[in-house]
Structure formats: C-alpha cells, structure tokens
Write a protein that binds this ligand. Structure first.
Ligand SMILES: [Zn+2]
Length: 287
C-alpha cells in the first residue's frame, strides 16, 4: 500500500508535470473502483485547467477553477503514469516503487493533455477518484483525517490528551487514522525503532519523553523517506535506479532475525503480528 512519502512524491511529480495544464479529454474504462466513478466524471473534468496539486494525508488533490476539486487515492495498488505522446515507451510511472512502464492491463482512467496522457492503473481497484464542488465539501471530507502525521497539530499536547489512560498499544495508535493520519505499517515500525519504544507498549504507560520522541521521529522518518524518494526518482531518470535501494534504508522493517543496526546494541530484530499486521522491532533496545 502506498504510504505517505510515496504519495508525496507522486504529488510532486504531478505538480511538476501537469500544473497549469488543461485536460482535453477524459476516458474511463472501468467505473468500478473502490467507489463507483460517477457518471458526470468525464464532463466535469473536460477542459478544466489544473491550477494546483496538493496532498493531504494519503490523498492527492487536483485543484480547478471555482472551488472544484478531484481527490485521488491510490488504494492498495494504484499507480499514476505519465505517457509522452511522442515517446510512450519511456519510463512512465510517477511513483517508481513499481514497474517503470505502464502495464497493459488494469488501466481504468485516462486524462489527456495536449502533449501527454495521465493514466491510472490499479490491479486491485481499491483506489478511487472523488469530485468535490466546494471548499466546504473539501474541508468536510478531510475533517476526519486531522491531524496528519506532518501537521503541527500532531504534537506533545495532543498525544498527552489522546494516550492518557488508554490500554491500546502504541503501534495500533500510530496506525489508527482517527489518531493520526498518514502513517502506514512500514513507517509505524520504523518510527518506533527510532523512538526506542516497544510496539506493544500501552498508551497509558508512555511518559513525556516517549511522547516527545514519537512526535520528533514521526517527522524525521517521513521527511527522510520523502527526500530519499525524491532522489530515487532522479536515479530512475538516469535509467539505473533500482527499487531495492529504497528497501535497504529500513532499520527494522523486513529485517526479521537480523542484527539490530543501532550502535552498541546486540539485539535481534523480531517479527510479531499486531492486529494482523507484521510488526518489526529490536528485542533489546526497544523497551
Ligand atoms: Zn537494538
């Protein structure tokens, strides 16, 4: 599932490529995504100029005139591809975590611009497109997703209030979109490694120092991943980049039974299931 850093990178790619471009035509080849693509979709977007592209949590927002918007969510397996009309076999994938070239199957939505096309591919179809017609509607949509991990509202006071007397463990808190939006399963394990916190530690047992670290390292881990993602994109353009490089950056994720990477720690990385999600942590330095 795309995590916040990946979505941020897709957003930046879109910002560089399609900002101020006018959509000349829209094609929908399969309306059955997570939510059905509404019938007015093509007419609503045709001839609209994309004035801005922003991100909120794991949603990408296309901005149009008169407070019209289109929200895009990549679901589990969604990717956006930009096809140059003259050179359609070039690397097309804006998210670079998957195949570089647009697959033949599972292309559901296509936006045409004067010089290129933007294609949405999604084998499992958990992604969606949602049209929004006012600022009020946009704000209402995002209300449940506040605060996101990088918002200033995700701070010590907020954690104190939310974690007080709670017996839910911190790993589940980080994945709970009502607590904080935008942290996925991979980065939840990574953040807790940096915090030196055991993922099973209960909310009520976290002290001020622990909470400060959670805020600090949530920012640190996500920002680092965004930066790393940005440079991976550049590698890709030089044709030699490999997806594996990104994976090597993880401290605990998918490192079961390997030695802890922290200096002076003799611990081993363990894998456990919490709420059916793989969770990785060091059995020595995460307490
Ligand atoms: Zn360790």
């Amino acid at each position: 599932m795309p995590e916040l850093p990946e979505v941020e990178i897709v957003k930046r790619s879109l910002f560089n490529k399609v900002k101020n471009q006018k959509i000349s035509k829209v094609g929908v080849f399969n309306r059955s995504l997570r939510y059905r693509i509404e019938d007015r979709f093509e007419d609503f977007l045709k001839n609209q100029k994309i004035l801005n592209i922003t991100r909120k949590s794991k949603f990408i927002i296309l901005h149009f005139l008169n407070d019209n918007y289109c929200i895009i969510h990549l679901g589990m397996t969604g990717t956006l591809h930009l096809l140059d009309n003259k050179n359609p076999n070039k690397n097309t994938n804006l998210s670079f975590y998957h195949s570089k070239i647009l697959p033949k199957k599972h292309n559901h939505v296509e936006f045409n611009f004067s010089k290129f096309s933007l294609v949405y591919n999604d084998p499992r179809r958990f992604g969606f497109f949602k049209l929004i017609k006012s600022k009020y509607e946009l704000d209402s949509f995002f209300k449940p997703f506040y605060p996101e991990a990088l918002d200033s509202g995700f701070n010590l006071n907020y954690l104190k209030k939310k974690l007080k007397n709670k017996s839910k463990n911190i790993k589940n808190f980080l994945l709970d979109q009502n607590f904080v939006s935008g942290i996925g399963n991979i980065y939840a394990s990574e953040i807790l490694y940096y915090c030196k916190l055991n993922p099973l530690k209960k909310g009520k047992n976290l002290n001020i120092k622990n909470m400060k670290r959670i805020v600090k390292y949530t920012h640190f881990v996500l920002i680092k991943a965004i930066k790393r993602g940005g440079s991976t994109i550049k590698d890709f353009k030089n044709a030699k980049g490999s997806i594996g490089n990104f994976q090597k950056e993880f401290k605990v994720y998918e490192r079961k039974n390997l030695k802890c990477l922290r200096k002076n720690c003799d611990g081993i990385i363990k894998k456990i299931n919490i709420n059916n999600r793989s969770t990785f942590y060091c059995n020595n330095c995460q307490k």
